[in-house]
Ligand binder design. Structure first.
Ligand code: HEC
Ligand code: HEC
Length: 431
């Protein structure tokens, strides 16, 4: 069984934003970024001179830039892609906890916006307490960014999408630097991120990486900690009976056992849990026929052992393992799992309940045989996790009943943040 580690959250305190305009929800992204930017100034009181507060951009006195305003503009900047149509925010949308936009099955990118990726875009929230990739004292993999942990920081990770031919598809660092230099707010970028005079392409690229990480640290949406779950922890809300039952199943090591990977306990100093311990596991998910690459029967996305990650290709014992994602805001981030093979939250939880007792529900049947774990080569199928809540014989009585699944889903929906409300404390508020 994977160990249950509690990690402290190192919360970067946002100096500027403490609440969110009601207007933001559902607004066009550009305006959204702008309104956040504006909210910043309203808080700082800069607009008092203009008699202001109107959200309709009377820019007689342009608001001075801040690291957050510049970095969030860069995150939403389509001009940083070869197609001119794809920003970080296109795949990591504000309204969906910075995961794929509603209705998206798999992200599309490339120079001509016709290249399909083979992994689902994860939520970018609650990653502040994640670390670089490592093997712990027991030799178990932990940490790192992306589904296979191959980037050691959020800054390092940005090189992936900026240069990946199926994503923002820039030819090289020079191409990215050229686009950055061409931005109307390039001078603001220079001033807010201390870009050296006569910076080289490489320096521009690295400062862009710094800025994109800074955005994920400064925007309070990334660590809101104001879900119902958090309020219950603070004693200012109470669970319904179904939510309470769901939490008990989630934590019970002999039933859901979910918390053994999706940490639900506070840290030693009252740090709120982020519902992942950043460990890895092979769940044996069904192959997703909507992934174009899967038309090739010899192609397999095996996570830690490749093909995206290349340094662990000899570790065939790790084939099929992917990083445990946070379950905070899980209600908003369909489709689910690294290969987007499951469309609804009910089914994502249902997979844990019935993968082994009713495999025909999840895998295709060929010549009368259910193709269990068909998204891994046969040689690696025994890497798949068989411990609780898995491991029962086909046809056995369920460890998680349909009612248990419904209760778990009710509980998971308490993990949704309120983007219209102020940020909560990263530690539980003592009563
Ligand atoms: C075409 C869609 C797309 C675009 C554009 C995109 N991403 Fe992603 N993002 C993904 C996918 C898919 C993954 C998972 C990648 C993997 O596992 O190999 C990911 C992973 C990440 C992660 C790691 C999350 C984790 O849980 O470890 C971060 C951070 C991130 N993206 C930030 C960004 C930033 C910053 C940009 C802009 C420079 C960006 N993304 C652009 C689709 C996209
Ligand atoms: C052994 C560790 C482990 C246990 C136990 C576990 N999970 Fe997970 N969970 C994972 C991993 C790893 C993934 C990502 C797998 C992948 O995409 O290949 C995941 C993904 C998920 C997802 C989809 C997340 C997303 O962003 O797409 C949901 C929902 C989920 N788990 C809920 C649960 C529930 C509910 C339980 C208990 C019934 C549970 N998990 C038990 C490791 C675990």
């Amino acid at each position: 069984m994977l160990s249950h580690t509690n990690k402290g959250t190192s919360l970067p305190r946002s100096p500027l934003l403490s609440n969110h305009s009601q207007l933001q929800r559902g607004m066009d992204l550009t305006f959204n970024v702008f309104s956040k930017f504006l909210a910043t100034f309203m808080l700082l009181g800069y607009l008092t001179a203009c008699g202001g507060g109107s959200a309709t951009a009377n820019t007689q006195t342009p608001a001075p830039p801040t690291p957050l305003s510049v970095a969030s503009a860069l995150f939403a900047e389509k001009a940083l892609s070869a197609s001119g149509q794809l920003a970080c925010a296109s795949c990591h949308t504000d309204d969906n906890a910075h995961a794929d936009a509603t209705g998206t099955t798999l992200p599309i990118g490339g120079v001509n916006m016709d290249q399909q990726g083979f992994r689902s875009s994860p939520s970018l929230l609650y990653l502040a307490s994640n670390t670089a990739f490592r093997f712990d004292a027991n030799g178990l993999p932990f940490g790192g960014f992306t589904w296979d942990g191959r980037a050691n920081s959020r800054a390092e990770q940005t090189a992936g999408p900026l240069l990946d031919s199926t994503e923002m598809a820039n030819a090289d660092v020079a191409a990215v630097a050229r686009k950055v230099r061409g931005l109307s707010y390039f001078n603001d970028f220079v001033s807010q991120f201390n870009v050296p005079a006569a910076a080289t392409d490489q320096q521009i690229f690295e400062k862009l990486q710094t800025a994109l990480q800074a955005y994920q640290e400064l925007d309070t949406d990334y660590l809101l900690f104001n879900s119902k779950f958090d309020k219950v922890a603070d004693g200012t809300a109470t669970f319904t009976a179904a939510e309470q039952r769901g939490l008990a199943i989630f934590n019970n090591p002999n039933q859901g056992n979910c918390a053994s990977c999706h940490t639900s306990r506070n840290g030693p100093n009252g740090e709120r849990p982020v519902f992942t311990n950043f460990s890895y596991a092979a769940l044996g998910l069904p192959r997703n026929p909507l992934i174009q690459k899967n038309a090739d029967p010899t192609f397999f996305d095996m996570g830690l052992c490749g093909p995206k990650r290349t340094d662990l290709s000899a570790r065939t014992d790790l084939c099929g393992q992917f990083k445990v994602p946070t379950l905070r805001n899980i209600e908003l981030t369909a489709p689910y799992f690294h290969n987007a093979s499951v469309s609804t939250l009910n089914d994502a939880v249902g997979f844990y309940a019935t993968r082994d007792i009713d495999p025909g529900r999840w895998y295709p049947t060929v010549n009368g045989t259910v193709q269990k774990f068909n998204d891994l080569p046969v040689a690696y199928r025994n890497n798949v996790l068989n411990t609780t809540p898995f491991g029962q014989q086909a046809g056995a009585a369920p460890l998680l009943s349909a009612q248990n699944v419904a209760d778990l889903v009710s509980f998971l929906k308490t993990l949704t943040d309120d983007r219209t409300a102020p940020q909560g404390s990263p530690t539980v508020v003592a009563r």
